[in-house]
Structures are given as structure tokens and as C-alpha cells.
Design a protein around this ligand. Sequence first.
Ligand SMILES: C[S@@+](CC[C@H](N)C(=O)[O-])C[C@H]1O[C@@H](n2cnc3c(N)ncnc32)[C@H](O)[C@@H]1O
Length: 390
Amino acid sequence: MNASPISHPINVEQAVRQRYSEASQAKVDALCCPIEYDRQYLKAIPQEVLERDYGCGDPSRFLRVGERVLDLGSGAGKIAFVAAQIVGPDGRIIGIDMNDDMLALARKHQRAVGEAIGYHNVEFRKGRIQDLALDLEKLEAELKVYPIQNVDSFLTAEARADDLRVRQPLVPSESIDVVISNCVLNLVDSRAKAQLFREIFRVVRIGGRAVISDIVSDEPVPEEMQNDPDLWSGCISGALTEEQFLQAFLDAGFYGVRLQKWDPQPWRTVHGIEFRSVTVEAFKGKQGECFERNQAVIYKGPFKEVLDDDNHRMERGCRYAVCDKTFQLLQKEPYRDSFEFIQPRAEVPLEAAKPFDCDGKKIRHPRQTKGETYAATSSQNHCRDSGSCC
Ligand SMILES: C[S@@+](CC[C@H](N)C(=O)[O-])C[C@H]1O[C@@H](n2cnc3c(N)ncnc32)[C@H](O)[C@@H]1O
């Protein structure tokens, strides 16, 4: 992240906890950013949940049937209950929140929503989203037995927390298909933001993704504003800039990061700084070794060239040598429609493949994919579009 995190004189987490405890008891208009949800999913959700909606986007519309979903900062549970219907009975939703009142509200309606939709695939867990390994309810139970009374018992409690993180993690590594969140990441303390993105990356399985709706700013938020507890808990002062927000996903190890939605109208403007809702999608799975299997890709356009996050530059229409991992990756979302894929005539088995140096750009000569001795002459053309070719 570009901006150096500042140390706040305010206790961000306390301000957020207090604000959302109040917001769980009665609707707070200042925290609402009107969203058009798909109405068919709202029928099963009780009014009390619907009106305590403090989201700013709708990441649930990017989910698919059967997915295991983690909702960060689930609040009263609206997005979790919508997501439950999209993923269906074979999918699963885990909502995480640190606020007891919000958790109580969501859990109060969990059974009724399950009965209305015909299956129960949602649960809510207590945790801080920047520390998804620590189960706060398990820690609370331990602290009842071994209360903190002095420095020694404080240090013992810290050790117990570490032990819980390892032995009984709240969200195990690589256990989630999609992490979603609706207007929560901005609320996390600046000093914990990088850790938050690393935690999101940790829990997503390889091949999974994150779809996050949040508030971003068009300019860095000045320190005075960051020290205002109301502006912070009101989803303003903790906002990253647009560039910082996208970069945070990349820094954590995600690839294919794209803006799925960017609201032209700011949600609020404070001292001339615009705060708007965006939805960002990011994928996990580019890590790993690179092997040469003589594959090639062609970037189809419409831009003259593209540059990926690992600095591979590809000009439109040229054949590029890529490693097997990149070849597989480009065939998936979000890239697949932008490329053509060329397999070699003689397959190189993965076991026999040599390491591929992924640095720099490499043109792939057609002879490398066809074979040096290839000399076929064909009398028949195959044109797929019309079925005839003369
Ligand atoms: C703006 S509300 C959004 C709630 C919900 N996503 C929605 O769309 O209505 C923020 C929620 O995130 C929770 N929250 C804020 N910071 C958190 C943190 N660091 N860890 C866990 N939950 C957090 C708050 O308790 C609150 O329920």
C-alpha cells in the first residue's frame, strides 16, 4: 500500500464497535448508501434485517451455485442471507463480525431465513476480519476460566490466543471459494489494513477469488479527518484511495484484479474529497513454478498491447511463449476472452517439462509449436463460422 499508515489518537475499533452496536438497535440513515438488490432474494429476509442494511454495493451478484463463501463484517446478515439463496443448498455461507449486537441480530433471524428458503447453509462467527484465525468466542470462553488479572495472565492469554489460531482456526487456510464483503474493509485500522488483505488471501483456496464492495476516496484522506471517530465509523476516514485499494489486493498476492463497479456519483463528498462505492474482484492462484511446454498465446486486442501484473508485455496479434501455469491461468476468468491459445503439436508431458524463465517477453515461433520437421500440405480448409470456405 502506498500511504504510510498513521497511528491514530482515536481507538478506531472501539469507535466502530460502539457505532455498530447502536446501528444494530435502530436504523441509522447516515450509514446507508442505497443499493438495488435483486428483489427475489429479499422476500425471505425479515424486515428488521433489511432495514439494518449498512452496505454500499452488492458482491453477492458475483456468486455461483455451490460456492463456499465468507462474508466479512456480516452485520445484520442481509448479504449473507441473499448469498445463501444464490449458492443454494450445496453452498455454504460464513458471516464474520466482531460486534456482539450485530451477531445477535443476524443469529436471531438465521433459522427463520433457513426455513423460508428451505435449507440451512448460513452461520455467523465472531472474529476480527484482520485476524481470521482467531475465534473470539473460543477465546472468550477461555478467558472466563482464566481471567486476565495481571501481566502474567495477560501474557498467558496471548499464548492461548496463538494456540487457538493454530489448533482451531476460526477460518482455516484455503477453505473458502469466495470472500465477499460489503462496506467493511474501510473500517479497519490503517495499521492492520495490509494484514487484513493478507488474511483474505490466506483463507481463499487456490483458484478462488475475492469480491469486495467498499468505499474508496479519489484523494488521500488527511490526518485530521482520520482522527475523527464519527467520520471513521461512518465509512469515510478509513477509505483507501482507488489506487491504494486495487494495489492492496496485488500486494497480498491476488491477480486479475478488476473494478467490477465504480459509482460515477460519489456517496458523500467531505472537504472536496469524493467518497464512492466500488466493487473489486481479484483472483488467487498465480503462485507456483513455471514449466516450458511449448505453448503459445495471442492477445486478441482491442488495445495495441497489454501488460500483466508480472510485467509481461504482449502486443496484439503476436504469438508469445508462456509457461504452463500462465497458459492455464489465461484460459480462466478474467482473461480467457482476450486470448487465443495454441497447444504444441507434440505435447510436452508436465513430468518432462523443463523450467521456464518467466522474465521478459518471448515471441514463440510457429515452428516451436508445430515442430521443426513439420511439412504437411492440406487440401481442405476448415472455416468454423459459415461451414463453407471457398
Ligand atoms: C458498514 S457495516 C456493514 C454490514 C453489512 N456488511 C451490510 O452490508 O449491512 C460494518 C460491519 O462490519 C463490522 N466490522 C467492522 N470492523 C470489523 C472488524 N475489524 N472485524 C469484524 N467486523 C467488523 C461491524 O461490526 C458492522 O457490523
